[in-house]
Design a protein around this ligand. Structure first.
Ligand code: PHB
Length: 363
């Protein structure tokens, strides 16, 4: 079999996956305005149940955690019920699925938030970044610095989201600590200028993340909790003076928590300035004792090599999964892949969502 290394089962915390071809989280903006996943989401995810593990699109843990039009949430009974139907379809086909827990922080706009609230952030610094509202692409709003009370509430929101996810049947939850959203904004010193216990030193900047990891672990068990980080990314205006020290500290500190996995965005958007990205990723993966999922720009050969060579235990595919519902099967057979259509990535209906052909249909 081509790419054999990708087709051995893997123990990921509390679960076993049937292969190491995972589906990366993909924002699709097809949920209802109230954050209930859309009509077609169950079909979309069920089509992709052949992945060793599906990681859901980023899902807000509270109304104020939202930053883009029509993204789903996990803070209401109606949202939970819709997710439960989606999970049921994946499980019926023998798949496994994690829910990604998300707070966008300052990557939002007042028009998307309840009562015209400002976005929340570690510090009141507007990002040089854009989001999408009903008006289209638009600069993000100026955020307000979170109070200690808001920090405590947000940690609880992540734990509540995790509890709802498990109640909906999700196998695992993934904490979104990557790509310039709220947790990442706390981690990096370009966006975190706080002078309390959540800012300043690496230990202090990591405190918010670690409190979330511990609260979510208390809620659902550490062996059902994954974490996604992007140590080398500059997406959403991220800057840090010493990413290698920051992210190796996090990987080391969290290694004894018994988490299900660390999921690393190795390549997405512009690279952060500073250390050589390769050296940073090497150091992070060496510091982490546990299952490591690599993500970003992998194709079949490089993915199989990364698993065979011990760099990663599994690889998460984004665009390739978006365009190939049967990606794992195609990689197992060395079959050609459908080409993703970027104009249908965000928003819309069936087109570019549930209509990519299976291998049999394409033959
Ligand atoms: C996006 O909607 O552009 C987006 C969402 C989550 C990510 C990255 C990008 O982690």
């Amino acid at each position: 079999m081509p790419n054999e290394a990708l087709f051995k089962p893997l123990t990921v915390g509390a679960i076993q996956t049937r292969n190491r071809v995972f589906m990366a989280p993909l924002t699709r903006n097809r949920a209802r305005p109230d954050g209930v996943p859309g009509e077609l989401a169950a079909e979309y995810y069920a089509q992709r149940a052949g992945a060793g593990l599906i990681i859901s699109e980023a899902t807000q843990v509270s109304p104020r955690a939202k930053g883009y039009i029509n993204t789903p949430g996990i803070h209401s009974d109606a949202q939970q019920a819709a997710w439960s139907r989606i999970v049921g379809g994946v499980h019926e086909r023998g798949g496994k699925i994690a829910l990604q827990l998300w707070h966008v922080g300052r990557i939002s706009h007042v028009d998307l938030l309840p009562d015209g609230d400002k976005p929340l952030a570690p510090s009141a610094i507007r990002a040089k970044a854009q989001t999408v509202t009903s008006e289209g692409m638009i600069d993000v709003s100026e955020p307000e610095a979170m109070t200690t009370k808001q920090i405590r509430q947000t940690v609880q929101d992540f734990a509540d989201g995790a509890r709802r996810a498990r109640a909906a049947g999700f196998d695992l939850v993934e904490i979104h600590g990557a790509n310039g959203y709220l947790i990442d904004q706390f981690l990096r010193d370009g966006s975190n200028k706080r002078d309390d216990a959540y800012g300043g030193s690496i230990e202090n900047r990591s405190r918010f993340l670690i409190e979330i990891v511990d609260a979510v672990s208390d809620a659902v068990g550490a062996d059902r909790v994954g974490l996604r980080l992007s140590p080398t990314g500059a997406f959403n205006d991220m800057h840090d003076s010493d990413p290698k020290a920051l992210f190796t500290y996090i990987a080391k500190t969290l290694s004894d928590r018994g988490l299900a996995y660390l999921h690393v965005v190795e390549d997405f958007g512009p690279a952060a300035d500073g250390d050589d990205p390769k050296a940073v990723l090497e150091a992070v993966s060496r510091a982490w004792d546990g299952v490591y999922i690599g993500n970003g720009g992998y194709e079949a050969d490089r993915a199989a090599n990364a698993v065979r060579g011990g760099h990663a235990n599994a690889i998460a595919f984004g665009r390739a999964y978006l365009a190939n519902p049967d990606l794992a099967d195609r990689l197992a057979r060395g079959a050609p892949l459908n080409t993703p259509r970027p104009e249908t990535f965000y928003g819309g209906g069936r087109e570019g969502y549930t209509d990519y052909p299976l291998l049999e249909a394409a033959e």
